[in-house]
Design a protein around this ligand. Structure first.
Ligand SMILES: [Zn+2]
Length: 317
């Protein structure tokens, strides 16, 4: 394990995000770092992979900068780069909540709960724990008992909360997300919306999984990550698999994208069913002319047609 994956954010003022992004990209490239960094006038959000030495140099440089001196870096060991490329991009905002009026976490945000206090909140009767991520992230893994908002995208969260207000009105609310950045805004928004007791998991699930006292306890499944690893383990105490296989519903944690490039649906599929369905989510997608699985495995037209006929016959029975 000579490599490391860094995950961090900092809500801080960055003047001229465009210029900053350009210079920062050159700096990262010199260190041979790969990954994705978003830069906005409200701050920075990044996930990077590189050698231990390069990531150390990167963190030292960031912490020496007045604007980023209190950045909290979450780290994972890795066998190589977790990204293929490097992107450093200026953006209007770091996370989009789709609000009429934006929330500035430097002005208003929920109380920070450290992992141990968060674990207590998880089992407390007067507290509701809300997962602030997308539905497909929740489905692969989440905290036991956490609420799963019915949303496909983080932007839909405010509307969903307003529609389901009565569920949480008299309770303490605790929110969590991957690394903490989404909760900074979301918990601030909840306070502004009139919820009185709002807290957030400091450092997100990533920090909770690494914490010596909690060791990921009460986390079920795996955690979805936005890099080539797709998912990582969190619970070192009493792990349960909760992901369900796309076709047969058996326990599964293996993510693939549908082999029809037009569909590209992300789904949990066993190796066996990947072969059976030619890497597709449905027979329609398995039949699609530009099917990537067929191309990759050099299946010729006759074999392909035969496979589809057999599959159709099986499904009819
Ligand atoms: Zn499909």
């Amino acid at each position: 394990m000579n490599y490391r994956v860094l995950l961090y954010y900092n809500y801080t003022t960055i003047e001229n995000p465009e210029t900053f992004a350009k210079e920062h990209k050159a700096f990262c490239r010199d260190l041979d770092l790969k990954g994705r960094i978003l830069v906005a006038s409200e701050g920075i959000n990044g996930t990077l992979s590189g050698t231990i030495e390069a990531t150390n140099q990167y963190m030292a440089a960031m912490l020496a900068d007045e604007r980023f001196k209190d950045t909290y870096f979450k780290m994972d060991e890795s066998e190589g780069h977790a990204f293929k490329k490097l992107f450093v991009r200026p953006r209007e905002e770091l996370v989009a909540l789709n609000l009429e009026e934006d929330v500035d976490p430097k002005q208003i945000t929920g109380k920070y709960l450290e992992p141990k206090a968060f674990r207590e909140a998880l089992v407390s009767e007067d507290t509701v724990v809300i997962d602030a991520r997308n539905d497909y992230e929740y489905d692969l893994g989440h905290f036991r008992g956490a609420i799963r908002p019915e949303i496909r995208n983080f932007r839909e969260l405010p509307t969903w909360i307003r529609d389901n207000k009565e569920q949480f009105m008299d309770k303490k609310i605790v929110t969590y997300c991957t690394g903490g950045i989404r909760c900074e805004k979301f918990s601030g928004w909840l306070l502004r919306e009139g919820f009185e007791d709002v807290a957030q998991l400091h450092g997100g699930i990533t920090a909770y999984g690494k914490d010596e006292t909690t060791r990921g306890e009460f986390w079920d499944g795996k955690m979805y990550v936005f890099d080539e690893r797709i998912s990582v383990e969190i619970n070192q105490v009493d792990k349960k698999v909760i992901g369900k296989e796309w076709f047969d519903g058996t326990p599964c944690e293996r993510y693939i994208n549908c082999s029809n490039p037009e569909c590209n649906r992300q789904m949990l599929v066993s190796e066996e069913n990947e072969v059976k369905y030619l890497g597709a989510c449905s027979i329609e997608c398995a039949r699609y002319p530009q099917n990537r699985y067929v191309k990759k495995h050099q299946i010729n037209a006759t074999e392909w047609a035969q496979h589809l006929t057999e599959l159709e016959n099986q499904l009819v029975q």
